[in-house]
Design a protein around this ligand. Structure first.
Ligand SMILES: *Cc1c(COP(=O)(O)O)cnc(C)c1O
Length: 362
């Protein structure tokens, strides 16, 4: 057993995907072609979004979004410190500064009440993250952004297919940024990303930013990026997007078994907000003495992951920039532990993990 198993997913779709990939190889058309166009259309329909633009990665999706909103040097963006590094990194990459708001320890997501206190004249946007596949309090965050005239960008790298009040994550903010890194709920066999938005002006700007600041040959209106999705990755996504709902159903089934069968007073199970349809990219527990549980799981050959062992402001890249520790982010980063969860994980392994956890003396 592993913490994730990517080879198994290839086994299921390989026969369809191999054929599509060979067709692309012999077509001579490798970048921004028919398959990319098709994927942008399929994802637009899936998300029920007005526009989508594919790009090279989830990180680039964030960078392109921030740039399209005109965020840069001298600006600040409020975000969560308990997320993958790329969330804050993207803010710094456009020349702005991340300001960290503490999290809700039950959902692991940004606490909307903490956002308001941090807004200054420099604040341009809130970058929320739907962590582990669970929507942040998107309605509440939208309200705050509206009343303070801030942009709202959603980092949906872990939440493709998750919804909040029956609306897809990514469609609440001005922009929704997705990653198709192989371990995400919808993953390709390499790097890939997508931005969804409702505003035509941002759509047209992002199209330009994606290809060196212009879409016509010999015309460059802006300093942009090279951030294209390639045809092979798009073809893979065009097959897998048809299965993503069943992938999420299996993830939710596994989470349901963990929720029902883990009975141990020293373990706090993940909490799902009443309005969130959690897509369980991760199943993350909290435990007081994590080191002890880690040793116990290793002894019993149960794989696990620590997402994330530190709030972002403690990493070397941000350490000496004057950030103050935030109590809930500190607490959850010391207590979190993620169990294996992926569509191909056999149910008997899930039940075995529950039994082993129930015998743990914390
Ligand atoms: C994976 C991830 C990213 C970055 O996506 P890439 O495609 O790897 O660049 C950004 N934010 C979060 C929360 C992620 O989990």
């Amino acid at each position: 057993m592993k913490i994730f198993d990517l080879k198994n997913q290839y086994k299921e779709f390989g026969h369809i995907i191999d054929k599509d990939i060979l067709n692309i190889l012999s077509s001579g058309n490798y970048i921004l072609g028919e398959n990319v166009k098709r994927f942008e259309e399929l994802s637009r329909n899936f998300l029920n979004s007005k526009y989508t633009v594919s790009c090279n990665s989830g990180t680039d999706a964030l960078v392109l979004s921030l740039r399209a909103l005109g965020i840069g040097s001298g600006d600040t963006v409020i975000t969560t410190p308990f997320t993958y590094f790329a969330t804050a990194e993207a803010i710094s990459l456009v020349g702005a500064s991340p300001i960290f708001a503490d999290v809700n320890p039950h959902t692991f997501n940004i606490n909307p009440k903490r956002i308001v206190k941090l807004i200054t004249r420099k604040t341009k946007a809130v970058l929320s993250v739907n962590l582990f596949g669970q929507a942040a309090e998107l309605g509440e965050i939208n309200k705050i952004c509206k009343s303070y005239s801030l942009h709202h960008i959603e980092d949906c790298a872990q939440s493709f297919g998750a919804s909040f009040k029956n609306k897809q994550t990514g469609t609440y903010g001005d922009m929704g940024c997705f990653s198709f890194f192989p371990t995400k709920n919808l993953g390709c066999f390499g790097d890939g990303g997508l931005i969804c938005m409702k505003n035509k002006k941002y759509y047209e700007l992002i199209l330009k930013l994606r290809t060196h600041g212009g879409i016509k040959r010999n015309q460059h209106d802006l300093i942009g990026y090279n951030s294209r999705l390639d045809e092979i990755q798009a073809a893979i996504l065009n097959v897998k997007i048809n299965y993503v709902k069943s992938f999420i159903r299996k993830r939710k089934q596994i989470a349901g078994i963990y929720n029902k069968n883990i009975k141990n007073d020293s373990i706090i199970l993940p909490y799902t907000h009443k309005d969130a349809n959690h897509s369980f990219n991760q199943y993350t527990l909290r435990v007081k003495n994590r080191k002890k549980l880690e040793m116990y799981l290793s002894k019993n050959k149960i794989p696990y992951g620590i997402y994330y062992s530190s709030p972002i402001y403690n990493y070397n890249a941000y350490k000496n920039k004057g950030y103050k520790p935030l109590p809930m982010a500190e607490k959850v980063s010391k207590e979190c532990l993620s169990l294996p969860i992926y569509p191909e994980l056999p149910i008997k392994h899930v039940k075995n993990i529950c039994n082993i956890l129930n015998k743990y003396n914390g």
